[in-house]
Design a binder for this molecule. Structure first.
Ligand SMILES: Cc1cc2nc3c(=O)[nH]c(=O)nc-3n(C[C@H](O)[C@H](O)[C@H](O)COP(=O)(O)O)c2cc1C
Length: 186
C-alpha cells in the first residue's frame, strides 16, 4: 500500500459527537465535543479534551464535575448549535432540558438518550487543551434505547463525527473478540 505523509495533527478517523454539560455560576451549559473517549475500566473513567478558552472549562474547574451526553441523530441541529456558540456570549441553558443525578452540579440533557455523570479525577494540561479525566459516577439511559437492560447503539442512533461532517453508524461487519479467531498464520 503506497503511503503519503500529511504532517502531525490531532487526527482520528472517526470520533463520537457528545455534549459536555457543566454548570457555570449555577447555570447549565452544553458544549459539543468530539475529542473524547474511554480512559479506564476500573474505576470507570472517560476523558475529553477541552480548549482552555471554553466556557465549559470554567464550569468544570468550578464544580469538579461534568457530564457527557450522547445525542441522537435527530438532535443534530441543537448539537451543532452548542458547538457554534459559546456560553460566554449566549445562554445555552435552554437548548436542552436539564436534570441532575447523583452529582448535584453536573447538568444532564433530558433529550439525549445517554447521560454520563462524571466526577473530575484529573486534568492534564496538554497545551491548547486540557484533557479532563472523569470518574463515571452514574449513567442514565432512556429505557426505550435499551435491550435486556443494556444500551443499544441502533436505538441510541448516535452521531459519528469525521471530516467536519456528522454521520450515522454504519452496518455491522463482524463480532469483536470473535472475528480474529478465524485468523490463519501467514
Ligand atoms: C463537531 C464539533 C466538535 C467539537 N469538539 C470539541 C472538542 O472536542 N473540544 C473543544 O474544546 N471544542 C470542541 N468543539 C468546539 C466547541 O464546541 C465550541 O467552541 C463551543 O462553542 C464551546 O462552547 P462553550 O464556550 O460554551 O464551552 C467542537 C465543535 C464542534 C461543532
Amino acid at each position: 500500500m503506497e503511503k503519503i505523509t500529511i504532517g502531525p495533527m490531532p487526527y482520528m478517523s472517526v470520533m463520537p459527537t457528545l455534549l459536555v454539560g457543566a454548570n457555570v455560576k449555577g447555570k447549565a451549559n452544553y458544549m459539543t465535543a468530539a475529542w473524547a473517549t474511554v480512559a479506564c475500566m476500573a474505576p470507570p473513567m472517560v476523558c475529553v479534551a477541552i480548549n482552555k478558552v471554553r466556557h465549559t472549562a470554567k464550569g468544570i474547574e468550578e464544580n469538579k464535575t461534568f457530564s457527557l451526553n450522547i445525542p441522537s441523530a435527530k438532535q443534530v441541529i441543537e448539537t451543532d448549535h452548542c458547538g457554534l456558540v459559546s456560553g460566554t456570549h449566549e445562554d445555552k441553558s435552554k437548548v436542552f432540558k436539564s436534570f441532575y443525578g447523583k452529582l448535584k452540579t453536573a447538568p444532564l440533557a433530558e433529550e439525549c438518550p445517554v447521560n454520563i455523570e462524571c466526577k473530575l479525577f484529573k486534568s492534564v494540561d496538554c497545551g491548547s487543551h486540557l484533557l479532563y479525566i472523569g470518574e463515571v459516577e452514574e449513567i442514565h439511559v432512556a429505557k426505550a434505547c435499551t435491550v435486556d437492560g443494556k444500551p443499544d447503539v441502533t436505538k441510541i442512533d448516535p452521531i459519528v463525527y469525521a471530516q467536519a461532517t456528522y454521520w450515522k453508524v454504519g452496518k455491522e461487519i463482524d463480532k469483536a473478540f470473535s472475528a480474529g479467531k478465524n485468523y490463519s498464520k501467514k
